[in-house]
Design a protein around this ligand. Sequence first.
Ligand code: HEC
Ligand code: HEC
Ligand code: HEC
Ligand code: HEC
Ligand code: HEC
Length: 476
Amino acid sequence: MPMRGWLAPFVYLSSNWISLIGVVLTTTGGLLWLILLPSMIRGSARDPYLGILQFMVLPAIFFAGLALIPLGIWSYKKRNRGALPEVFPPLDLSNPRFRRLLAFIAVTTLANIVIGAQFTYRAMHYMETVSFCGQTCHTVMKPEFTAYQNSPHSRVACVECHIGAGANWFVKSKISGSWQVVSVAFNLYPRPIPTPIENLRPARETCEVCHWPQKYGGDAIRVRSSFTDDEQTKELKTVLLLHIGGGNGYRGIHGAHMGPGVEIRYAHSDPRRTKIPWVEYSRGNERRIYMAEGYSSDSPGSLPVRVMECIDCHTRPSHSFDLPERAIDKALLANEVDRSLPFVRKAALEVMKQDYKTEAEALAEVPRRFIAYYEKNHPAVMSSKRAAVESSAKAVLAAFSRNVFPDMNVKWGYYINNIGHTDFDGCFRCHDERGATAGDRTITQDCDTCHKILAQEEESPKVLADLGLAQTAGKQ
Ligand code: HEC
Ligand code: HEC
Ligand code: HEC
Ligand code: HEC
Ligand code: HEC
């Protein structure tokens, strides 16, 4: 038989240890790959990191095996130059060399598959967990993991937003996920992890599994508390009636951008999408273009264009970091930092805003410096309220550590939150009264369009008393 005749030298020559290991690796890798294939095609969000195995580990084993086979043949030939038979023994079961080879491959491959399947099963279960995503690469994911734990999504698995359902994104995420594993293993990852994530799956496909912006919304009351820097800090409340919208067609914030048939596209001139010179609104036959002041072309030119969706506003649905003022206000609101200490907000901000080179330094220095402030400037307070100063110092450190990660180079304000316009430009990136190329519409900055300001920085807003919320407000 010509085929067997052709294979005979190959089998003979590859009966060396290097090639044999190669053959076994290739068959094991290939077979495991095939066994896993059905679950890959179903590709639910539940077993995402199975893909690291499927797309990285198994192919690596397979190709490493393939490479070993010729390598073995080559070195075997080299070692046995002159000693090779003229005619290679035929490939049938009477050939002991061939029998040995078959038995060897069968036994080792079987053993490998049994071990490999066990390993895969356990690895799979582990890799789909939040703890794998959030904690395995501890330093790398620490900022996001910490913020996530303090977010309304702390019970939503990372993969629900980052991968979602369906084979297509599953595979894409595997490919980039594999690179991430490599970059962590070899310490190649950027610090901080850059944002926005290029090629994040369109959020409407992931968020709308749980949220349907057309469904709810309407108007909602938001009470935001802030504190003063006075010697005796005071709580001030801002009360907004926010027109979230959605349930009522095109009204409100969600309706305006996400209503049926609405598409807003925008061009950004910086990678972080903070500068938006060109915006196009379309809905049915309506189409308008808005250009920022100083931008004269009515086309986006070579700038990258995005279709606006959830995360253009909700940049931080799950990893929300605060600016120092908000962070300390939250701690004061929760009474974790003692409001009665003199100049407590100022003192806290002073230490929180300093530069700490490492996490270890911050851990030691933030509380030490806070306490030192009272020792130096208010010794009487220090002796009468030592416990309060010390527990406040811990809370100041906690507020700091939720937001600043020196080891990852994450400083105050690196991760932008685009909801609102007071901490970052947010809505005002577009809502700056720029006019349309035709007609007299603008992207409005009218203060009553998005919310009605029912009270602004008042100690006891009348509206809260009217609503019967005076006691509980702010403690949300
Ligand atoms: C509710 C959805 C959601 C969940 C749950 C979620 N993320 Fe994210 N994550 C996002 C969005 C949206 C962005 C990117 C925003 C952007 O590109 O501007 C992001 C960004 C990131 C980034 C890039 C850096 C940054 O902050 O922009 C990392 C890293 C990350 N997430 C890790 C995780 C990990 C680890 C978990 C689980 C512990 C997790 N995420 C859970 C929605 C989510
Ligand atoms: C697996 C389900 C799930 C997914 C996916 C999901 N969320 Fe949520 N989301 C929730 C739950 C649960 C809550 C908490 C509801 C509550 O506490 O009242 C929530 C709350 C929110 C809130 C309200 C936050 C607050 O401060 O009260 C926003 C905004 C939000 N999600 C946006 C998003 C965005 C944007 C995405 C996509 C990037 C997303 N969610 C993906 C389940 C999900
Ligand atoms: C134009 C900006 C914008 C876009 C686009 C947007 N949202 Fe929102 N969304 C907001 C604002 C502003 C709020 C109110 C924030 C607050 O609670 O203070 C909000 C609130 C929410 C809430 C909480 C609602 C509640 O009643 O508390 C959810 C959930 C939500 N958005 C989901 C989504 C999803 C899912 C998408 C994408 C389909 C989306 N949003 C797109 C601006 C936006
Ligand atoms: C990418 C640009 C862009 C961003 C960012 C943006 N918007 Fe808009 N917004 C628009 C455009 C375009 C319109 C529609 C203008 C028109 O009708 O031609 C609009 C309309 C609105 C309207 C309806 C206005 C009216 O006259 O009825 C509201 C409310 C609104 N936006 C709220 C927000 C809020 C809140 C945010 C931030 C969370 C935000 N927008 C962020 C582009 C943007
Ligand atoms: C395009 C929509 C939009 C417009 C226009 C707008 N705002 Fe806002 N504003 C928001 C959103 C969204 C928030 C965030 C609400 C929240 O905290 O959840 C906000 C928050 C605020 C806050 C509360 C800040 C805090 O302490 O958290 C104040 C005060 C405020 N706006 C004042 C104004 C004033 C004054 C104007 C007119 C110049 C204005 N806004 C115009 C969308 C808008």
